[in-house]
Ligand binder design. Structure first.
Ligand SMILES: Nc1ncnc2c1ncn2[C@@H]1O[C@H](COP(=O)(O)OP(=O)(O)OP(=O)(O)O)[C@@H](O)[C@H]1O
Ligand SMILES: [Mg+2]
Length: 423
């Protein structure tokens, strides 16, 4: 029997062929941020994520950083938070904003088929996203994004580690947009932390937010609402996630549509919404009871308050995770800055060498000039000495002559005196 998922993982992929497109859900996004009610901080982080996406051409293209860095150019985001808080709808809204399709990889479904070929198929999913220029979305990615096994003793551990390694490599090489959605992100592999630029925390909505979520679940014109509907009261009374509100609205519509009257007179009343949300809470508590109470004994079902507390604890955990992510990111940024400085070092050395050589040449030229000047001075001094010597010799000769003349004069004088005396 045909099994597209099995074919995807084990069967039809050979060499560079792409995975069958129907095996990853390709969604043309319809919902935008106008359909989502979010706390200001979450919305701000999403806005910032969008700016990063929209300006990536400017940063990596025009500003040339794509030429400086061959890998890690993609934009990876992690949407973390409790179930039903709008992670999936926001991934769709991101794709909507940038006018791309959303390629949804459903890892929860894939997990049971992880074996052998999986790593190759992970690479193929990234390739498909590149080829179709789609936003890649790993919904419910807790299973794959978790920490790798430290010591590997079992085959499945080796396989899981191999898949994470391939994912990390693909993330490094991918230059598109990839979004992960995780419920807790409490055991994220640190290597994922580094590669995922932005972790956005989705919190449980507060009462005013819940009131707005009730409203956006309806059609602005077509949904027939009765006058007694009070969304503020519903928001205040039921501390639930947006996903529960959506289910409650659908149930309320079903209940109202079954009322025994002509369709044209049917309206959704407050009681229908209350019945809808109560039913959602009941089925949730049945689910939780069956999970926590597998032996069939009767334990108290978790009430909405406890659920709120659990969600708050989850939010706190995710918040801590986010803070850790921020720390890691700043460490990464600093190490990248150091790396850039290291890259610049050879050039600095070269400049220093050139400057050094120029300074040495200048000093040598100056020294040579000085030595030449000194040599000239010595020559001039020698000439002066020779002249002075000559002058001294002349003076000596003249003195000698004068002396001889004086002596001769004296002798002649004495001779005259002697001659006169004798006469
Ligand atoms: N903040 C919100 N604003 C408006 N609607 C919301 C919000 N959160 C949830 N919803 C509604 O609930 C539905 C389910 O939410 P969504 O699938 O995005 O939650 P999720 O965080 O991805 O949950 P899960 O972790 O279970 O996958 C959405 O389609 C939307 O209709
Ligand atoms: Mg989801």
């Amino acid at each position: 029997m045909a099994n597209p998922l099995r074919d995807f993982f084990f069967g039809t992929l050979t060499g560079q062929s792409a995975p069958k497109k129907e095996l990853t859900d390709a969604l043309t996004p319809r919902r935008s941020f106008a359909d989502v009610i979010l706390p200001a901080s979450t919305r701000q982080q999403l806005e910032y994520a969008l700016v990063q996406i929209k300006k990536s051409d400017l940063i990596f293209g025009t500003w040339g950083l794509g030429e400086r860095h061959a890998s890690g150019l993609g934009l990876a985001f992690n949407f973390a938070g409790p179930p039903g808080t709008g992670k999936t709808i926001c991934a769709e809204a991101v794709a909507f904003e940038i006018g791309k399709r959303l390629l949804i990889v459903r890892y929860a479904e894939m997990e049971s088929l992880w074996a052998g070929e999986t790593s190759k198929n992970v690479a193929a999913v990234f390739r498909l996203a590149s080829e179709t220029d789609a936003v890649l979305f790993f919904d419910e990615a807790d299973a794959i994004a978790t920490r790798r096994f430290g010591s590997v003793t079992q085959g499945y551990q080796r396989e899981a580690n191999a898949v994470v390694n391939v994912l990390l490599k693909e993330l490094e090489d991918f230059d598109g947009v990839v979004i992960f959605a995780t419920n807790l992100a409490s055991n994220f592999d640190p290597a994922f932390e580094r590669r995922i630029r932005t972790h956005i925390l989705f919190e449980m909505p507060d009462a005013p937010a819940r009131e707005q979520i009730w409203k956006v679940q309806l059609h602005a014109r077509k949904t027939p609402l009765a006058d007694d509907v009070d969304f503020a009261e519903l928001g205040e009374r039921y501390a639930v996630a947006g996903g529960d509100i959506k289910n409650a609205v659908l149930k309320a519509a079903q209940i109202a549509s079954a009322e025994p009257m002509p369709d044209s007179q049917k309206q959704i009343h407050q009681r229908h919404f209350i019945a809808g949300i109560e039913e959602v809470l009941k089925s949730k508590s049945v689910m939780e009871q069956s999970i926590m109470d597998g032996d069939g004994s009767h334990k108290a079902a978790i009430d909405a308050g406890t659920m709120g507390q659990i969600s708050a604890a989850f939010s706190q955990l995710a918040q801590n995770q986010n803070a850790m992510g921020d720390d890691l990111r700043s460490v990464t940024e600093r190490s990248e800055a150091i790396e850039m400085q290291l890259v610049a070092l050879p050039e600095l050395f070269q400049n220093w060498e050139v400057a050094n050589t120029a300074a040495r040449t200048q000093m040598r030229d100056e020294l040579v000039g000085q030595i030449e000047k000194s040599a000239n001075h010595t020559m001039e001094l020698r000439t002066d000495f020779a002249r002075a010597d000559e002058r001294i010799n002349n003076a000596l000769t003249q003195t000698k002559l004068a002396l001889i003349i004086a002596v001769v004069g004296i002798l002649v004088g004495i001779g005259g005196i002697v001659t006169a005396f004798l006469h």
